[in-house]
Design a protein around this ligand. Structure first.
Ligand code: HEC
Length: 172
């Protein structure tokens, strides 16, 4: 039997679509890791939205409790309850508080990647018999009010990160 050229193409495409290799590629190789990455996205939206809302509605002068400090209290509570760890990190080299400077290893690498333009950076680590996802997401200067307390943010180009959130989440 002879097939016309369009018919051959169709046959080939159908074979490819039905091949088990394609079916496998659709499934994540590591579903627990994929779930954890999704969790980072959700938490990142949640925490950053809280900081912007608090800054918009409650922070009016320099002496007010900064949303960043409130967020750090929230991160401590989440850690104490055993959920996950989050660190508020500086990317400018001039942090308000030295405890927010990136530490050697993952944090310093992550800040370097984000400053180079990556939108996200992560790494899987093993501690004992548990796997954890270390992930970092950028914090840009989202509003003018940020500069009220952080005058070093004034000349930062739009979109360039001045900080990051660093996550450590169990992969389950
Ligand atoms: C009312 C003053 C104030 C405002 C407004 C403010 N911050 Fe901060 N920010 C602080 C203080 C104080 C710290 C240190 C908090 C700590 O470690 O307890 C801090 C810490 C940070 C850090 C961690 C690095 C560092 O400098 O210690 C980042 C990143 C940050 N703020 C980003 C922002 C962004 C983005 C905004 C705007 C949405 C903002 N801040 C608005 C006072 C402020």
């Amino acid at each position: 039997m002879r097939f016309s050229r369009p018919m051959l193409c169709l046959l080939l495409l159908t074979t490819l679509a039905l091949s088990p290799v394609t079916a496998l590629a659709d499934k994540p190789a590591d579903p627990a890791l994929a779930r954890t990455r999704k969790q980072v996205k959700m938490l990142d939206d949640l925490y950053k939205t809280v900081v912007v809302l608090v800054t918009t509605h409650y922070v009016t002068e320099e002496s007010d409790l900064p949303a960043g400090a409130a967020a750090k209290a929230l991160f401590s509570a989440m850690k104490a309850k055993g959920w996950h760890e989050v660190r508020l990190l500086d990317a400018t080299g001039q942090p308000y508080d030295d405890t927010n400077s990136p530490r050697d290893g993952f944090e310093k690498t992550a800040i370097r990647k984000l400053l180079a333009g990556d939108a996200y950076y992560d790494q899987v680590v093993v501690e004992g018999d548990k796997r954890y996802l270390l992930a970092a997401t950028p914090i840009p200067v989202v509003m003018k009010k940020c500069v009220m307390c952080h005058d070093n943010y004034a000349g930062v180009p739009k979109g360039k990160p001045i900080g990051a959130l660093g996550y450590k989440i169990p992969i389950e």
